[in-house]
Design a protein around this ligand. Sequence first.
Ligand SMILES: [Ca+2]
Ligand SMILES: [Ca+2]
Length: 296
Amino acid sequence: MIKIFIIFGLFLTLNLRAEYFKSGIDTVYFFNPGSGQNSGQSPDYFPENIFGLPDTNASELTPSSDPKQICSIGLGGEIIVGFKNYIIFDGDGPDFTIFENAFINPVTKKVFAEPSKVSISEDGINFVEFPYDPWTLIGCAGITPTNGKANPYDPEKSGGDKFDLATIGLKKAKYIKITDICDDILNNPKHPFYDPIISGFDLDAVVGLNLISVTSNIANENDIELFPKLIKMADRYEIHTNSLINDYIIYDYLGKVVSSGRFNDNLIIENKNFDNSLYFLVLNSNFHTYHFKISF
Ligand SMILES: [Ca+2]
Ligand SMILES: [Ca+2]
C-alpha cells in the first residue's frame, strides 16, 4: 500500500503570493498612433510618460492632461506594451490595471470616456481580446477615473480599469495591446457615451499586479512556471512548486503506474511506502510535463 501525503495550507498560499511582483510597464513593443489628438507623443515625453505609476494628481473630477504623464494614442491608434523582466500571470483577482484620464463630467455626472479595447498575448503574434460591450463599454479600458491619491497597486481603490487573465482563460501573458475604439462612439450620436469632443484614448499608466520574473527559476521565457523543486530527505522526497501542477503519476522502472492523484501545492513521498528501487515521477500542468527520477 503506497501512501502519499499531500499538504494543504495557508502557509503555502502565502509563500506563493510572495512570488508575484508589482510594477508599472517599462517597455513599448509597438506604437501606431491614430488620428486626432497627439499630445504626449513627442520624444520629449514618450515613452516615459506611460511608464511607472499613474499621475498622483489625477482624480475623478480633475483628470490628468499633463503630457509628462499622458500619451494620447489617437483615434484608431494602437500600442503594445509590457515589462522587460516580468510576465503577467493569472494570480488572484485582477492581474493588471490600465489608467487613462477618464473623468466624471460635473454637469452631466456622467463619465467622459475615451475607450480602448484590450487584448493580451504570450508570443506577441496571437492576441486574445478581453470581451467588452460596445454600448455600455464594460470591459474596455478608459472608462474608470484614476484615484491618484490611492495606492496604484490596490485595484479596489486605485481607479483605472482592471483586467483579470482568468476572464479569457489565459495563465500568462507578455504583451498588452491597447486599441482605441473611440470612432465607434463618435460615429454614433445615439451612443450613450457620445460626446463630439472625444479625441482618442489617453494612456497614463499600466500597472501589473501579478507579475513573475522571467529570470528566476525558469527554464526559459516560454515556461514561466516556477520549475518544481524535488528535495531528497533521509526518509522522504518533497516536491515544492506553485499551485499550477494538476496531477502526479509515479511509475516503477517497468513503466507500471504505482501511484497517481491530484496535486495540491505540495507532495511528500515517503520512503517507507516504496521498495528500494528506481521510480519515475511525472507532474502535469497545463503547459508542461515534468519528469523526475527518484530512488529509494
Ligand atoms: Ca503616466
Ligand atoms: Ca487573475
